[in-house]
Ligand binder design. Structure first.
Ligand code: XIL
Length: 377
């Protein structure tokens, strides 16, 4: 076992030194130029990158990636904080960044139960609004936001996380008030606002069969009604050992059968222990901090990094194997210091889930991915 670990370590670290020009992004070989030929390779931009204060982060986002997603600025709470007030400050700059750097610009997300301001689904007394009021609000929100960026955004995550892991509908205010219809309605409103924009359904834990089957049923229902749906986005908030590459592959293969593109929309792989099984990307999770589940505050031991590198690389190999159906892979953040996983599902940990480290240097895995891309194809 130890021998295997050391071999993996030498292989990847050795390759890093050998192809060391990548360091600092100075190489001609970027993710964008290599793996980006097979599918879009994306990152999110956070507020500091959108406003230009994180210069190094911006440089990586522009040179290494050919697609961008907004980490927070297009969620309802940020872009439409009050019924009669929109705030497009960051969203406008986010779109301008993508245009400046000739990137595919992804909108995230129109209808989601989280980052949802109270006013959207409740009345002044805090009670659920009627179906008619909610439909009106959804339509107004979607047509205003999608309409504003018409022709500039490649595709929208129209509905995010509508299902529970057991395949039942999540008990969100949208489902409570409108029932199953909230999903077709959201897709209809988005298509009316921009008939040319791609429309996606996005969720986590698609490797769990009941959840995946429920999502497949909804996609088929949208197709049966002739409503546009281009892709299913699989978030990829990965854990050590879970999900397995094989179970993610099953999800890709199943989705490919229903005539939609597959996108890996929120990729990050924690190096830290999980406080609970199958958490996926459940944003509400907030477990108590304990030093025993925060073991790498002073850096990642080489052995652990080698294991992490091998693990992340195995997912990229899988994505390349299915490049005919996968049209985008987006990392949920530029560098480790930016990642939401430092604060989720336990606040205050130090995690190492992305492709660039806290000093904005490419990790060994970047060379491994580039090598994998260029040697095999
Ligand atoms: C996360 C952001 O990364 C955090 O900064 C924010 O505090 C919470 O939301 N699923 C999604 C993303 O669809 O929008 C979430 O992003 C992560 C889980």
């Amino acid at each position: 076992m130890r021998k295997l670990l050391l071999t993996t370590l030498c292989f990847c670290v050795g390759m890093h030194i050998y192809a060391g020009q990548v360091s600092g992004g100075s190489s001609d070989s970027t993710l964008r130029k290599t793996i980006g030929q097979y599918f879009l390779i994306g990152t999110t931009l956070n507020g500091r990158q959108i406003m230009g204060t994180d210069k190094e982060g911006c440089e990586i986002a522009a040179s290494q990636f050919n697609a961008i997603s907004p980490e927070g600025c297009m969620k309802i709470k940020a872009i439409h904080p009050e019924e009669n007030r929109y705030d497009f400050t960051e969203a406008d700059r986010f779109v301008a960044f993508g245009e400046k750097h000739h990137q595919a610009i992804i909108g995230h997300t129109l209808i989601w139960h989280a980052a949802l301001p109270d006013w959207f689904c409740t009345d002044r007394e805090g009670k659920d609004v009627s179906p008619e009021v909610l439909k009106k609000r959804m339509k107004q929100h979607i047509s205003t936001v999608v309409g504003r960026y018409k022709g500039r955004i490649k595709g929208w995550d129209v509905v995010n996380e509508a299902f529970a892991d057991d395949g039942t509908y999540r008990n969100s205010p949208f489902y409570r008030i409108l029932g199953e219809e909230f999903i077709p309605l959201a897709f209809q409103y988005a298509h009316e606002a921009d008939p040319d924009v791609e429309l996606y359904y996005n969720d986590f834990n698609l490797y769990l069969t009941p959840k995946r089957e429920a999502i497949i049923r909804v996609v088929k229902e949208l197709q049966r009604r002739n409503l546009r749906i281009d892709a299913v986005g699989m978030q990829g908030h990965l854990w050590q050992g879970s999900p397995t590459v094989e179970s993610v592959e099953r999800a890709i293969v199943d989705l490919a059968k229903i005539n939609v593109e597959v996108m890996v929309t929120e990729l990050d792989l924690t190096a830290l222990p999980a406080p609970k099984k199958d958490l996926g990307g459940e944003a509400w999770a907030d477990f108590e901090y304990d030093a025993s589940i925060d073991p790498y505050r002073n850096g990642l031991p080489a052995e652990v990094e080698a294991r992490w590198t091998g693990h992340m690389l195995s997912f990229f190999k899988l994505f390349l194997k299915h490049k005919d159906v996968i049209t985008r892979v987006t990392l949920w953040g530029v560098s480790d210091g930016d990642s939401w996983r430092n604060g989720w599902p336990v606040r205050g940990r130090v995690d190492y889930p992305l492709l660039f480290d806290r000093n904005h240097q490419p990790k060994p895995v970047v060379d491994c991915i580039i090598k994998e891309t260029s040697t095999k194809r």
